[in-house]
Ligand binder design. Structure first.
Ligand SMILES: C[S@@+](CC[C@H](N)C(=O)[O-])C[C@H]1O[C@@H](n2cnc3c(N)ncnc32)[C@H](O)[C@@H]1O
Length: 263
């Protein structure tokens, strides 16, 4: 389990790294913006709503949601580079008045109670150190009747081999992920009512295939000098195959949930 603020920052900086951006792109979750729009529809986000994107990464979802659903989106992100890139993205695209980015800890969000109609957390709750407290805070931020959309990697407890339990596992949101019924229980224990849930595990297989292609290209065009990045790239194909096998066996997956706060 990750247990310090320093570990959170380190993890956040990993996502902002050049290699991570090159390999993962700006949308840092399986299914990319297709999955984001699907979750937004499950949440029935309405025009004019105030939406919080917790742990928004590079800001791709925040910007897309503001466009597709014509809502106001605030993105909160811990990683310095990601937070800066999010701001640049908003400024360089024609939706700046709908989108704002704030740097901060999603587990202690600096907003007033009831400030949002909807909160979205994509592929990040698995990284939260104190998950139940973080979701209690989300409930506080939602207005009565407001809705949370959560998507995340799922892992059957005890199914990860040691090689996937370190940095790579953390980057793939595996290390501290819950099983599907673990997220369900977490939301219900916070007093939310689940209104939709969907198994999107096929998106993980698609993402793995894309990662393999990008790694091949990266290896073909990069001089093999010893570096942490080249070490990582060398071991990655075998690790990706391991993840793929675990997805096919149903031990790793990706689910989304929409859950409503009582009115
Ligand atoms: C897998 S990425 C997902 C990013 C974004 N939600 C997306 O789907 O594109 C996980 C993100 O969560 C951020 N994160 C993790 N813990 C956080 C925390 N406590 N507060 C804010 N951001 C956090 C990381 O910095 C990283 O950008």
């Amino acid at each position: 389990m990750l247990d310090t603020y320093a570990a959170k920052i380190c993890c956040a900086d990993l996502y902002s790294s050049e290699l991570a951006r090159l390999i993962l792109g700006d949308s840092l979750h399986p299914g990319g913006l297709r999955a984001t729009n699907r979750l937004g529809r499950a949440m029935a986000i309405q025009p004019g709503w105030r939406v919080l994107d917790l742990a928004c990464g590079m800001g791709a979802s925040a910007t897309a949601l503001s466009r597709v659903f014509r809502c106001h989106v605030t993105g909160l992100e811990l990683g310095a580079q990601a937070a800066a890139a999010s701001r640049t993205r908003a400024l360089s695209e024609p939706v700046p008045s709908n989108v704002a980015f704030v740097r901060g800890d999603a587990e202690t969000p600096p907003f007033r109670s009831g400030a949002f109609d909807a909160v979205i957390i994509e592929c990040a709750a698995s990284l939260f150190v104190h998950k139940a407290d973080a979701i209690a805070n989300v409930v506080r931020l939602l207005r009565p009747g407001g809705i949370l959309g959560l998507s995340d990697v799922t892992v059957t407890p005890g199914s990860l081999p040691p090689e996937l339990d370190g940095t790579i596992g953390m980057m793939l949101c595996l290390t501290d992920a819950l099983p599907p019924d673990g997220y369900q229980a977490m939301l219900e224990n916070a007093g939310l009512t689940i209104t939709a849930q969907e198994n999107l595990s096929n998106e993980v297989l698609t993402l793995l295939a894309e990662l393999r292609t990008k790694l091949n290209v990266w290896q073909q065009f990069t001089t093999p000098a010893a570096s942490p990045a080249s070490d990582l790239a060398e071991s990655a194909p075998a690790l990706l195959s391991q993840v793929e096998a675990l997805v096919q066996q149903g031990q790793i997956g990706y689910w989304h949930y929409a859950a409503r706060k009582p009115a």
